[in-house]
Each structure stands twice: as structure tokens, then as C-alpha cells.
Write a protein that binds this ligand. Structure first.
Ligand SMILES: O=P(O)(O)OC[C@@H](O)[C@@H](O)c1c[nH]c2ccccc12
Length: 274
């Protein structure tokens, strides 16, 4: 199974990180670090449109290969922010997504919106690293973590001041996640990480089981204004979108066109982002 292969690669990367990261130094640096921005607030109370938008900076993926040849992460991120994205997701996985820590840092230094570190997180060192590069939030994927790991990494991310977007694809994973205390940010991945098939019906089915106090993000395969309109009607708080934007030369235009159904009435005559 492909997901297993990604996790195996990640395990050997983490072994390297465990050798090179000075944990005591990292912890000391983090305690003096700037406060984190709330991703959750950015996509709920403070969102620019009727549905929050986490826009993803992603050059390639295992299912699609190279998605964007001309890849300038800072330019892409700035276009996203200019078009009213509420938060950014930046891939830091090198082997399968051609992302990286340096890409994340470059973007971090140029934008001010909350940023999610998108990777396959399986150890505390990756959380420390995330915080050190300025991540406000991390992704935790239920499918690759057992209950004990999920609990531990979730608690540790909170201790480090970060929010965790906990990702599920199926009901059994969601039920495991809901057993955790303090869960408030849940992502339903419409993409099956084993087959790579995306189906928005996944969000339709699982959203009914998500308690109303949780912020709900629908992830993957979203590429039509009708999808956005439908998710808005389904009371989904936010969407996480990468590929559709990455395939467009004019990112700002792509964002505005896709999000058109949820443009606030008040923004019709003025700026959406102020
Ligand atoms: O590019 P899309 O189909 O708009 O999807 C974005 C995001 O949901 C996807 O990149 C993603 C969701 N979960 C992940 C876990 C790891 C890597 C990537 C992902």
C-alpha cells in the first residue's frame, strides 16, 4: 500500500532528524518564539468569505506527478493572500510532494496569514521542527497513527502552541478522533489515501457525525464553484484546496472564480480582505 511506503520513508527521515535536531535548543528557542496565529479563527470568525479557504502550495503529488512546472512558492503564496485566502497549507514532504522545509520558511517570511505544515507527522521532533519554522498548525493524519500516537502528538502540538488539523477519511477514523479531548479542528479528506480517488460524498456522509463545536474542513478534489456552493449549504466551515489552483496560471483569478458562490454580499462593492 502506497501510504505505507510514504510512512516508511518518513520513518527513515525522522531517524535522521532525531540525530540532527538539538531538542533542548529547539525547546529553548520555541519558548522565546513569536505567538502563533490561530488557523481556526482565520477560517471561522475572521474568514473573508462564506466558506473559509486554506490554499495549498504544492508542486507535485504521488497521484498526479508534477502539478505545476513553474513553481515559485513565495509568488504563489502572495497571490493566494492577495485573493483573500484565509490561511495557507505548505507541503514540507520532499520525496513525494517536492515540498520542503526551506519552501515553508521562505513563504513564512513573506506572508502573515496562519500557516499549516502539511506533512506526514509521526514524531515529536517533527512538531518541534514545525514550530521552529513558524508553523501555526500541523496536520495529523488519523490513518497513519494509532490511538496512542494520535493522542500524544495531538497533546504535544497543543503544548507547543500549535493547532492540529486532524484528518480523517472514513467513519472509523472519525470515531477514533472524537474520543480525544479538546478536538476542535477536523479535516475530512475526500481523497482515499490508498486509491487516490476523490469523492465529495465523503464529506456529505461524515459531516453529520462531527459535533457542532468542531470546525470542519473539507479537503481534496474541490475544483468547481458548485462544490463550494454545496459545501456552504452543508455548513462546512472551510475548504482546503491545492491542485485546482496550482494548475491555473493566474492564481488570483482562479481563487476568485472558484469562491464566487460564497463571496460575501458586503464585499461585492469593496475589498474582501480588509
Ligand atoms: O490538491 P487537492 O486535491 O485540492 O487537495 C489538497 C489537500 O487536501 C491534499 O493535498 C491533501 C490532503 N491530505 C493530505 C495529506 C498529505 C498530503 C497531501 C494531502
Amino acid at each position: 500500500m502506497f501510504l505505507n511506503r510514504i510512512v516508511e520513508t518518513k520513518q527513515s527521515e525522522v531517524e535522521q532528524l532525531q540525530k540532527t535536531l538539538n531538542v533542548a535548543q529547539a525547546e529553548a528557542d520555541i519558548s522565546r518564539f513569536m505567538p502563533v496565529r490561530s488557523l481556526r479563527k482565520a477560517i471561522t470568525a475572521n474568514r473573508n468569505r462564506g466558506v473559509g479557504l486554506i490554499a495549498e502550495v504544492k508542486k507535485a503529488s504521488p497521484s498526479k506527478g508534477i502539478i505545476r512546472e513553474h513553481f515559485n512558492p513565495v509568488e504563489i503564496a502572495q497571490s493566494y493572500v492577495h485573493a483573500g485566502a484565509d490561511a495557507l497549507s505548505v507541503l514540507t514532504d520532499v520525496s513525494y510532494f517536492q515540498g520542503g522545509i526551506d519552501i515553508f520558511k521562505q513563504v513564512r517570511s513573506q506572508v502573515d496569514v496562519p500557516m499549516l505544515r502539511k506533512d506526514f507527522i509521526i514524531s515529536r521532533e517533527q512538531l518541534l521542527e514545525a514550530r521552529l519554522i513558524g508553523a501555526d498548525a500541523v496536520l495529523l493524519i488519523a490513518a497513519i497513527l494509532d490511538d496512542a500516537q494520535l493522542k500524544e502528538l495531538f497533546e504535544q502540538s497543543r503544548e507547543l502552541g500549535m493547532e492540529a488539523l486532524i484528518e480523517v477519511h472514513e467513519e472509523s477514523e472519525l470515531l477514533r478522533v472524537l474520543k480525544l479531548e479538546h478536538v476542535e479542528l477536523i479535516g475530512i479528506n475526500n481523497r482515499n489515501l490508498h486509491t487516490f480517488v476523490t469523492d465529495l460524498a465523503q464529506t456529505d456522509q461524515l459531516r453529520k457525525l462531527v459535533p457542532s463545536h468542531c470546525t470542519l474542513v473539507s479537503e481534496s478534489g474541490i475544483h468547481l464553484p458548485e462544490h463550494i456552493a454545496h459545501l456552504y449549504e452543508s455548513s462546512v466551515d472551510a475548504v482546503l484546496i491545492g491542485e485546482h489552483f496550482m494548475r491555473n496560471d493566474d492564481i488570483g483569478e482562479a481563487v476568485n472564480k472558484l469562491m464566487q458562490p460564497v463571496e460575501q454580499a458586503s464585499s461585492a462593492s469593496g475589498s474582501v480582505s480588509s
